[in-house]
Design a protein around this ligand. Structure first.
Ligand code: 5RP
Length: 265
């Protein structure tokens, strides 16, 4: 692996081998998502606790202070919307030259396996990897499910992660699943991070699935809504960080959450 690639990956994946990525890219197909109406304000108090932020060039340029930020994972796929016909019909929306100009540490894009546009999104990934490898830029593949949240089960996720890695992704983002998540990670020769998906009922549920994912081999998270849609986003990210980088159990993380929420930590 060349120096530039290793250097960029080390900006994302910390010395302990773990990573906490904070995605705020949801507007690229959802518009002004709840609690992300002003992404710059949402992310400001959370930045100190994130290892990297994932976002589009529009939000990066307009809402993030270039003199005070964290490593950037630039989303470079899109071209669809919540009200359009098919979320899987994505193309590449941002050039590698632009990613370099914006000093991205990585780029990311979605693949939609099993969808009408599977082939197109996989070829997009392969071509993006070809181009990015020339410049030492890691590609993080996002195994997207669109509206079909029920697809989040081990056989499907394992298939997606492996294909993403085979096509050259350096990191793969997927979802946690209760049954067989270890098989998803085992079948994928590159590091795996998990997204959180739509906000769940309780904080404990988030701590439990993050902890379980790490136990079963994920290196960390790329987790958005369950952090910044919380009433206590700083307490959420700090507690998740403790699981990822300090090996807290879910219960310990919850105790920390309560302490931070009550202003005691
Ligand atoms: C949107 C994305 C998000 O970055 C990813 O889903 C993580 O966010 P969340 O934890 O809110 O699901 O790629 O397509």
């Amino acid at each position: 692996m060349d120096w530039g690639m290793r250097n960029r990956l080390s900006q994302l994946i910390q010395r302990d081998g773990r990573a906490l990525f904070l995605p705020i890219d949801h507007g690229y197909f959802q518009g002004p998502t709840h609690k992300l109406e002003k992404p710059g304000e949402t992310v400001k108090p959370l930045l100190p606790y994130a290892d990297a932020i994932m976002l589009t060039r529009g939000v990066l340029r307009n809402c993030i202070d270039p003199t005070n930020t964290k490593p950037i994972i630039l989303r470079v796929s899109g071209g669809t919307s919540m009200v359009g016909e098919d979320l899987s019909n994505e193309g590449i929306t941002t050039s590698v030259k632009e990613a370099i100009r914006l000093n991205a540490s990585a780029v990311s894009m979605s693949i939609f396996i099993g969808s009408r546009h599977e082939h197109q999104t996989l070829i997009n990934l392969a071509r993006l990897v070809d181009e990015c490898e020339e410049y030492g830029i890691p590609v993080m593949a996002v195994t997207a499910v669109g509206r079909e949240l029920e697809k989040r089960e081990a056989r499907y996720l394992a298939l997606c992660c492996r294909i993403a890695a085979e096509l050259g992704a350096r990191v793969v983002k997927t979802y946690y699943c209760r049954e067989g998540f270890e098989k998803v990670v085992e079948g994928c020769p590159v590091p795996v991070v998990i997204a959180g998906g739509p906000k769940v009922e309780s904080e404990m549920e988030v701590f439990e699935f993050v902890h379980a994912a790490i136990e079963k081999g994920a290196i960390g998270v790329n987790l958005g809504r369950n952090v910044w849609q919380s009433d206590y986003p700083v307490a959420m990210i700090r507690s998740i960080r403790a699981i990822i980088h300090e090996n807290y159990t879910a219960k310990e993380a919850h105790d920390l959450f309560v302490q931070i929420k009550e202003g005691k930590a």
